[in-house]
Design a protein around this ligand. Sequence first.
Ligand code: HEC
Ligand code: HEC
Length: 281
Amino acid sequence: MKLTRIGAGLAAAIIGLAGMASAEEPEIKKLVIDGVEMTVAAPAPPYLENLDMIYSGWLFRSPETQALELDDFDNPGMVFVEQAQDMFSTPEGTAGKACADCHQLEDFKGLRTVLPRVEDDGKLWTMEDYINKCRTDRMGAKAWKYGGTELTSMVALIGLQSRGMPVNVKIDGPAKPYWEKGKEIFYTRVGQLDMACANCHEDNYGKMIRADRLSQGQINGFPTYRLKNGKLNSVHARFKGCMKNIRAQPYNVGGDEFKALELYIASRGNGLSVETPSVRN
Ligand code: HEC
Ligand code: HEC
């Protein structure tokens, strides 16, 4: 049987979103990690017509889940970061090189805040793209699977070097068409439930959906350790999960649509701190 699209009211009923569309502001708490205070709430950038404030997803979690991010010893995502640290100094591929032969981790400070960005070739590059290019072109090693644990752990290790710094992706110049494309995806209703990202993460953040509290769908904390699946989750894996939940055919992990969406959503968090690796349920 082929299901057709259904009305927004019925969709809301199916997924258990109660009442009329209206966002609820979260309680603002302090998030201090390793002595550094994170910016978890900030005025919305001017290009976000429908938001006054932007909030880290951390603010929407339960106190128990929030607590796991306060200390790196309690943060289950750090196990993956440590594994990435080992990989960073292990030679691989035909060139017999390790990342550490050419890079020092400290040199990546600030990189997370500006990605994805458009490179000289006119393409939009994610952190994953940079890492895999080094593997294939500079190490003679196989590209890691996009969204897989190795690549996502390395993305977390490099992202951690920017923790506490404000997200600051470019949206103008050559980035503009990618940003526009991402924005269009964010606001386009899809799937059998006929919903857009914005219906949940802009119109209804702060509200309960089944047993979960909706956030603004920010990505400043990615990769994120999820208690639900016990591993680090990439940005694209999360997008895919949300699309499946509204019974839409997800775009490809590592594909152009998700890269454009990643840029757009990153820009919705311009001003929030990089919190990598965050902890969510
Ligand atoms: C043979 C040397 C070499 C190896 C090995 C190597 N890289 Fe690179 N990498 C480079 C060069 C050269 C660049 C481009 C110039 C630059 O930005 O440093 C680069 C760029 C990058 C960038 C983008 C940096 C930026 O600021 O734009 C990242 C991220 C990166 N490499 C990660 C890695 C990781 C992770 C590994 C191991 C899996 C690795 N690289 C292995 C040489 C290397
Ligand atoms: C039916 C409602 C719904 C829709 C539509 C939806 N999501 Fe979500 N999303 C959720 C729920 C529930 C969660 C888990 C709680 C939270 O963090 O909001 C979530 C989490 C997220 C997160 C993780 C936030 C964090 O802080 O870790 C991101 C990113 C995200 N969604 C992006 C998207 C994108 C992109 C789309 C559109 C393709 C989308 N979502 C569509 C319900 C939705």
